[in-house]
Design a protein around this ligand. Sequence first.
Ligand code: ATP
Ligand code: MG
Length: 479
Amino acid sequence: MEALMHFHLRKLHAVLPRSLSKACRRSHHCAAQHARSACTPPMPVTPMPLVSRLFQPSNLREGQEAGGLTCHSQRLMLQAGLIQLSSPGCFHYLPTAVRSMEKLVRLIDQEMQAIGGQKVDMPALCGAELWRCSGRWELMGKEMFRLRDRHNAEYCLGPTHEEVVTELLASQTKLSYRQLPLLLYQVTRKFRDEQKPKFGLLRGREFYMKDMYSFDVSEEAALHTYQSVCHAYRRLLDRLGLRWVQVQADTGNIGGTLSHEFHLPADVGEDRLLMCGNCGFSANVEALEAGRMDCPQCLTQPLTESKGIEVGHTFYLGTKYSQVFSAMFTNAQNKPALAQMGCFGLGVTRILAASIEVLSSEDSIRWPRLLAPYQVCVVPPKKGSKASEVIHMAEELAHHLGNCFPNLKGDVILDDRTQLTIGKRLKDAGRLGYPYVVVVGQKAMEEKPVFEVVCQQSGETLFLNRDGLLDLLSGVETI
Ligand code: ATP
Ligand code: MG
């Protein structure tokens, strides 16, 4: 074990610059001592993220725009090297996009676990039998990706998991009312053979969804759970700083009796929403009687129409699925009873794209603050310029921020492409949308160095000394 550790560290030293290597040796020394006493290997050293090393291919070709199926967020995401098309409706998520998505998943985990959610991970390959039991093998039609294994057994690639999770629960023979409510959720790839995949991550054929399934002892308890999940969804969208609307929705082929959708208002949205300015009633057109334009709640007011991108959908299912699979628990009277269910979807990749869609300007991405792939980008002066003597100051600053500030750990990137002018790199930084860009230029050469800080969210540019800068950045919330 020890030998292996030394080998890894030797390899690491070979790729690190000299000055850093020394620091590592020092920390290795401490870590090795620690290791001997507590038998834990030293923490691996994470190198400073460098813009020159980012795998960020920008592949926006003329032809891709011509299809008429692109939108603002798709163009920006292609341009910034966040995603790349693989086949219709299927994308590579490139490193910067993965960082944002991981942040979003952490946020989702926090909110789901705050209301008692437990994370699971169910198979994507789902046996046809389950779907035949619920009647949805036929109902799902062409939207379902179907395949056969070597024994000729039929499967689908899960477009949603009501059947799978209900059967999982039904297999627990000793479930007691004391264990309910039970909230199981996962963040996994879903597969839907959409008729028209379009708008990048907004409508893919393979996409990430957070789906949660709830099991309760009674209808009343299930409705209570339903409300608490809706509340968690509202909190999550608020924490992202997004403007959202919750509307009454149609239950579609998932079924059930009560349903809401969460939308981000946007012109590119494919759903038509109707809202009442008087009583606050709001609904998806699909959930109202055809042609109805007056408010069904306060009757007199006409409804106004807008468009929205559906980012979340909640359903109260009752016993629709628990009945089919006999998902039972033992109640307080020691009798078996059917679980009352709810299901709750959030489009993870759709939220990423939709928030870029609604927040960004024409040519630069603006992220929900928490989801920016890196919070801070440090830009040193150009090599060979008058200010080039402070290049090392920029490097030191980036290391200090990225290693000593717990909130910024791993969230600081150095634009080390010092062969380019500061202006060119600022332009790139704007395009990717780092919330803070710190320029170490001419002003950093003064006796008391001053840094230029471009705050993308407020649009301000601040001139701060080192203490002021550290103060500002130590307050940045990250996840
Ligand atoms: P839509 O009406 O947009 O096709 P849906 O109502 O069929 O969506 P649900 O079954 O409610 O979708 O799925 C839950 C969530 O998953 C949706 O609210 C949406 O955010 C996301 N989602 C659904 N389909 C896609 C897709 N093709 N690409 C990306 N995200 C999707
Ligand atoms: Mg839906």
